[in-house]
Ligand binder design. Structure first.
Ligand SMILES: [Zn+2]
Length: 322
């Protein structure tokens, strides 16, 4: 990856769409499995511009996350990288739907993850994510798990996975349950399905939309996002790598900005896509000729639309006095 400009590195940033599983870099995989050749890992990391090949890479990486030790190492390395590029706040998504299906010990894994987060300068919150194509019953089990860990830093329930294979309407009841449990709601939508998938997600209570690329195809959905102030979690490199947007030049980010839709920038799966949050900011600025003020506004949106960002207490302020 080319060197990222100092302005983007130094900018205080928040990450709202970041899968722990997809954050594993080649180096972290080798730390877990030193016997693996670099070329072997590289081969699995090479996606061919479609969702199926991305999913195959994601599943391959999941195989290394066997228990608390591996999850903790993944989190430690991720948080070190985030701190180094001045990411102050991160909502990290865990594929809890996959963990439940693999019958992993969630409590032990989550305990190990929390210990890593506690010693990091990055303010960390967690999102538990269900897999659309696993259906509503398994999604409900994830929502119940999220509710049970609500007081331990889990702030939201989300759904991801194959948008075509699991329409959002399947999950209406699960969303209602999550809302009653005081969980926030973010939905991957408009990534591989059309604008209507985004509309339904909003109508069913989504507070943020993961990706939302295809919302651009229907002006009434763009208006809905702008009028209700529903932010999009835009992930440029991901969208090109998975084919959600055919080419970076075709990405609708500038049109969303013009229409007044709140935009945030995120990495999705920084390990798999070989990116960082600073690199995504620089990519957006270069590709769409955004001025520094627009970049600062997008960075501010990251904090504004975070589900639980707490501004740090300034030294010397009243709040630090006993
Ligand atoms: Zn995602």
């Amino acid at each position: 990856m080319a060197e990222v400009g100092a302005f983007y590195q130094a900018l205080p940033k928040a990450e709202l769409h970041l899968h722990l599983e997809g954050s594993l870099t080649l180096e972290t995989i080798r730390e877990i499995e030193p016997s693996l050749a670099q070329e072997e890992i590289r081969r699995h990391y090479r996606t061919s511009g479609d969702f199926a090949s991305f999913l195959a890479s994601f599943v391959w990486v999941l195989g290394f996350l066997r228990g608390p030790r591996e999850y903790a190492l993944a989190a430690r390395r991720l948080l070190e990288r985030l701190a180094a590029e001045n990411v102050r706040y991160a909502e990290i998504t865990l594929s809890a739907g996959v963990m439940l299906r693999r019958k992993q010990d969630f409590d032990a894994i989550f305990g190990a993850l929390r210990r890593e987060a506690e010693v990091s300068p990055v303010q960390v919150r967690w999102i538990l994510d269900a897999v659309r194509q696993f259906g509503a019953a398994e999604a409900m089990a994830v929502a119940e798990l999220a509710a049970a860990y609500r007081d331990q830093g889990v702030v939201a329930f989300g759904i991801g996975g194959d948008e075509q294979a699991g329409p959002v309407d399947w999950f209406a009841e699960v969303f209602r349950y999550a809302q009653r449990a005081s969980l926030h709601l973010t939905v991957h939508a408009g990534e591989f399905a059309g604008a209507d998938s985004v509309r339904r997600a909003v109508e069913l209570g989504a507070e943020r939309i993961g990706h939302g690329v295809h919302a651009i195809e229907d002006p009434s959905v763009v208006r809905l996002l702008s009028e209700r102030g529903i932010p999009l979690e835009i992930c440029l490199s991901s969208n090109v790598a998975t084919g959600a947007a055919p080419r970076l030049a075709d990405h609708p980010l500038p049109e969303f900005l013009r229409a007044g839709v709140p935009v945030t920038l995120n990495t999705d799966d920084p390990g798999l896509f070989g990116t960082t949050l600073s690199a995504e900011y620089e990519l957006a600025a270069r590709q769409f000729a955004l001025v520094d003020e627009q970049i600062r506004q997008i960075a501010a949106n990251g904090f504004r639309y975070a589900f639980d960002f707490k501004p740090p207490v300034q030294a010397g302020s009243d709040a630090t006095c006993p």
